[in-house]
Design a protein around this ligand. Structure first.
Ligand code: HEC
Ligand code: HEC
Ligand code: HEC
Ligand code: HEC
Ligand code: HEC
Ligand code: HEC
Ligand code: HEC
Length: 432
């Protein structure tokens, strides 16, 4: 008897659940709208109100976030944050292809110097007693160094990219993306979009949306919790005061409670390849809102291969796994609070929806197929639109193609190799 009653209750809950879920979702939506209004009000004052450290006081489970590339994607300059060499053994110098032929600055080379007040990049051109130099301080480091790093300097309230970047795989200095080899150029402005993808917040000091003038003291380095969870001030106040009565999910966005489209929009802000035309200022998007309110959707996006940014969102959305299931999102495979896994681990995610036997190759491969799905169905490819001008061999960054699809059986066998040995080609610097 008791058992039947429990079963009945369970059935009842099961039936109710969709209704409960819809109610939860719509209250979450109301909160998202309130956040958007909040954010718009704050825009221009302080986009990031709560430091990650404050969130982590109560959310210790998420403290692994501090070791991630997102957290480290922008930093102030220090011995620890700059990966390139300042040693005096020659490794701190970037020679260009043929200094004698450098168009407007013959003899040009770059040296990286550690001085009493910080780290500098110095361009030196000319010969003997006619040397011309220009030196700028490394103020901000962009890139965790997974592939590489670029460096920025302040000139008054203007932010510029320095001419020399660092390439992690080659352990050496290289010309910054977008800077032509052999020119003494320090003039590439840093746009607000660049900062939106690589920092928690920065406030522009003019109304011109594309200007590189900022309020220096407004910079929040690293992608912060609030970038994905929205403003947290009210949430913190509520839980600090104890007024929440132990309720979960008060006044903060939990992406898991959003519709799949809105979840993926959070990642798409930065992982959608080269965004199409913008509708609003950088840093105005608030998690939970539809991204199309901020960017015109790129209807002409027919890309089949990763571009320099990877375009994981655009490519994943082409996959049948994505279109034929309602649950696949970036979180199916990535936990943004923790460091990435070994490539082979991701194949276990495929098996949350597929059986190894559903693959025609399972007979030939036997047990080896488990752990090898990604290598054949999400290939590692060189990115397109890559134009990098530096000494020596051309740098070819590779990316995981997020379009999950049936590979050409003829090339599929060859793709097995790197997967089994788990030695994926390391990607190099992602240029912009
Ligand atoms: C504000 C911009 C931004 C948002 C939002 C964002 N990312 Fe990223 N993501 C980046 C940048 C920049 C990097 C490169 C970091 C680096 O190495 O410097 C990155 C790197 C990654 C990586 C590679 C990590 C590694 O260690 O190699 C993964 C995976 C990733 N993001 C997934 C996601 C997912 C999933 C979401 C949505 C939940 C998301 N990102 C949201 C900007 C963003
Ligand atoms: C639309 C968002 C976006 C914009 C704008 C953008 N980036 Fe990135 N950037 C990314 C993402 C995402 C990655 C990681 C690529 C990947 O692994 O898929 C990245 C990677 C990088 C890396 C390599 C990081 C590493 O650890 O390997 C550097 C350096 C970098 N960007 C510098 C810049 C600079 C400088 C600008 C502006 C001039 C800029 N980016 C503009 C999103 C962006
Ligand atoms: C790049 C985006 C991103 C950043 C940055 C980020 N989160 Fe999350 N967070 C997510 C996503 C996505 C989910 C939902 C995961 C899922 O679908 O299960 C989530 C879920 C959570 C949850 C709900 C509990 C859980 O594990 O499901 C908490 C708490 C949380 N995040 C705290 C934090 C804190 C604290 C920080 C900063 C230290 C942070 N997050 C930074 C994307 C992010
Ligand atoms: C004073 C303690 C405290 C602080 C500080 C705090 N939180 Fe929470 N947070 C909680 C509690 C308690 C819950 C509900 C129980 C749970 O889910 O862990 C919660 C829940 C969450 C959730 C899940 C919400 C849901 O709807 O499921 C997210 C996401 C989250 N917090 C993110 C953050 C972020 C981001 C910050 C910093 C801006 C932050 N929290 C700061 C106490 C805190
Ligand atoms: C959230 C569930 C889910 C996950 C996770 C998932 N898939 Fe799928 N996948 C599907 C669905 C649904 C289809 C549609 C066909 C079907 O019903 O089998 C599909 C189709 C496919 C197809 C056929 C593609 C085509 O164009 O015909 C391949 C190949 C595939 N998946 C491989 C993978 C691999 C490899 C992974 C891991 C990297 C993976 N899937 C992860 C749900 C998923
Ligand atoms: C079916 C599993 C799966 C899903 C879903 C998925 N990824 Fe990935 N992702 C991978 C694998 C596998 C790698 C390569 C990991 C490695 O080499 O360490 C990767 C790598 C990345 C990287 C690092 C750059 C690169 O190309 O190596 C970024 C950034 C990223 N994913 C973002 C996303 C975003 C954003 C989404 C949602 C649109 C997403 N991923 C969904 C499996 C997945
Ligand atoms: C050696 C490369 C290789 C590996 C490893 C591999 N596949 Fe496949 N897969 C293929 C090829 C080729 C096809 C298409 C021809 C076929 O089905 O015989 C295919 C087809 C599929 C299909 C589509 C079946 C259909 O008829 O729609 C699914 C789903 C799939 N694979 C899932 C997986 C999963 C899950 C794994 C890991 C357990 C995996 N594959 C590992 C090469 C591979």
């Amino acid at each position: 008897m008791a058992r039947a009653a429990i079963a009945l209750v369970l059935v009842a809950i099961g039936l109710c659940c969709p209704i409960l879920r819809t109610a939860a979702q719509s209250s979450h939506e109301t909160m998202v709208q309130a956040h958007a209004a909040d954010r718009n009000e704050k825009k221009g004052l302080n986009g990031s109100a709560v430091a990650d450290q404050v969130c982590l006081q109560c959310h210790q489970d998420q403290s692994t976030y501090e070791a991630t590339s997102h957290h480290k994607t922008s930093q102030t300059s220090s011995k620890e944050s700059i990966l390139g060499s300042f040693r005096t053994d020659g490794s701190s110098v970037l020679m260009i292809a043929d200094p004698a032929k450098a168009e407007d600055s013959p003899g040009l080379y770059f040296k990286m110097e550690q001085k009493a007040d910080g780290y500098y990049q110095t361009a030196v051109a000319g010969w003997a007693d006619q040397l011309r130099t220009r030196s700028e301080k490394i103020d901000i480091v962009i890139g965790s160094g997974k592939r590489g790093q670029s460096y920025l300097y302040w000139h008054g309230d203007q932010l510029f990219e320095l001419p020399v970047s660092y390439w992690s795989e080659g352990h050496r200095w290289i010309n910054s993306p977008g800077y032509k080899n052999g020119t003494m150029n320090f003039a590439r402005p840093i746009t607000p979009r660049c900062m939106e993808c690589h920092a928690g917040f920065i406030q522009q000091s003019t109304r011109d949306l594309s200007s590189n003038r900022y309020r220096k003291d407004s910079l929040v380095v690293g992608i912060t919790c609030e970038v994905c969870h929205g403003p947290g001030e009210k949430h913190v106040a509520l839980h600090t005061s104890g007024r929440s009565g132990g309720l979960t999910g008060e006044a903060i966005v939990n992406p898991a409670k959003l519709s799949r489209d809105r979840q993926v929009d959070i990642c798409a802000l930065c992982h959608n390849g080269n965004q199409s035309e913008e509708k609003a200022a950088a840093f105005s998007f608030s998690p939970g809102e539809p991204l199309y309110k901020y960017f015109h959707p790129d209807l002409g996006d027919t890309a089949e291969h990763p571009d320099v940014h990877g375009n994981q969102v655009g490519l994943l959305k082409k996959s049948r796994c994505y279109t034929s299931s309602s649950s696949m999102s970036c979180s199916t495979c990535h936990d943004t609070h923790a460091q990435e896994h070994e490539p082979a681990w991701y194949s276990s995610r495929c098996l949350t929806c597929h059986q190894p036997e559903s693959c025609g190759m399972s007979k030939t491969l036997g047990k080896k197929i488990v752990g090898a799905c990604v290598g054949c169905h999400m290939s590692v490819e060189p990115t397109t639109a890559f134009n990098f001008d530096t000494v020596g061999e051309p740098l070819k960054p590779t990316m995981q193609n997020h379009w999950i699809r049936i590979p050409d059986p003829a090339t599929a066998a060859a793709r097995m190799l790197p997967v089994v040995h788990q030695s994926f080609p390391s990607p190099s610097l992602s240029p912009h």
